[in-house]
Ligand binder design. Structure first.
Ligand code: NAG
Ligand code: NAG
Ligand code: NAG
Length: 295
């Protein structure tokens, strides 16, 4: 009996291993192409330029008083990891917003979106990294962070990890935000609408900097922000590979590791400056979003 059990559990183990291997192979389907091939400009093309920054394919977006600029990925992804290096406008960037985000197409009322928006500031004052997550059209999940370095002095890596169990936002590999799939508790989570990546540089001088008190100094224009090493790891439907949306969200592959958990704690202690879950002016015990009481 014991031998039989042992034999069948070994078999089970190897089956599980095979399943995990196949799954990883499906998940890590890496594109070889860089930013030149992966993205297209959708507005302000005349004021943007592609260039080689050493060995890296790079893109400069610019903004003047007439218009900003914006790119999007050619592909749509259902679950993805996006890493991109960004160098923000240096000097006086008040009123400007530089973004990297993913968004689904289709009706706004049910759209999904994962946002990183860098809110500019006057010379020497810190940028704010503003984040938000929409699922099935429900957003209002703002969290803001103070970066622990000067994001204008050099490139830093910003990542969005979206898998069936978590949405993670990372800065230089450090997790700053986790949004867990709590669908079974009635909280929306993006699970079926493919999203594209967008990056943009635009003006929001009526609200971006110090609540809109500081306007853009247009004599400093054009404002330029740089993107390079756009690296996207995503699931592609292909022969023999299940569409990744079919993967079970309970796979332990998606569990947060110890480093991620301690990064998130470090960020709570050192970097977060606004969290909708702790906004007592907006919410009370009856109106607080469900996920705030779960994570
Ligand atoms: C700009 O700097 C001020 C003063 O340090 C700070 O309060 C504010 O949060 C910074 N960021 C933005 C986007 O206003
Ligand atoms: C792209 O990201 C994947 C997943 O994190 C990583 O394994 C790979 O090394 C990265 N590629 C480059 C060129 O940085
Ligand atoms: C919570 O806020 C809602 C909407 O603002 C309000 O109607 C309700 O009375 C508040 N409840 C408590 C317990 O303060």
């Amino acid at each position: 009996m014991a031998r039989l059990l042992a034999a069948s559990s070994t078999k089970l183990c190897s089956l599980l291993l095979l399943a995990i291997t196949l799954f990883l192979a499906a998940m890590v389907n890496q594109s070889e192409a860089g930013i030149f091939d992966e993205i297209e400009l959708i507005w302000g093309a005349s004021r943007t330029f592609f260039f080689m920054d050493g060995d890296s394919e790079a893109l400069a977006l610019s903004l003047d008083q007439n218009q900003g600029s914006c790119f999007r990925s050619r592909e749509k992804y259902l679950y993805v990891q996006i890493d991109v290096e960004i160098k923000l406008i240096d000097g006086d960037s008040a009123g400007t917003v530089c973004t990297i985000y993913t968004i689904s197409e289709g009706p706004w009322e049910i759209h999904d979106e994962i946002d990183l928006e860098f809110l500019g500031n006057t010379t020497g004052e810190p940028y704010t990294l503003h984040t938000n997550i929409f699922a099935n059209g429900v957003g209002g999940r703002e969290q803001q962070f103070r970066l622990w370095f000067d994001p204008t002095a050099d490139y830093h890596t910003y990542s969005i990890v979206w898998n069936p169990k978590h949405i993670l936002i990372l800065v230089d590999g450090k997790a700053i935000r986790d949004f867990k799939n709590n669908e079974d508790q009635g909280v929306g989570f993006p699970t079926w609408q493919a999203m594209r990546t967008f990056g943009s540089l635009w003006s929001a001088e009526d609200w971006a900097t110090q609540g809109g008190r500081v306007k853009t100094d247009w004599t400093q224009a054009p404002f330029v922000s740089y993107y390079r090493n756009y690296n996207v790891t995503w699931c592609r439907p292909s022969p023999g590979v299940a569409w990744c949306g079919d993967e079970h969200k309970d796979s332990t592959h998606f569990d947060l590791d110890q480093k991620t958990l301690s990064d998130l704690q470090w960020v709570r202690d050192n970097s977060i400056i606004y969290d909708y879950c702790h906004d007592n002016v907006r919410f009370n015990a009856t109106t607080i979003p469900k996920e705030c009481t779960l994570q």
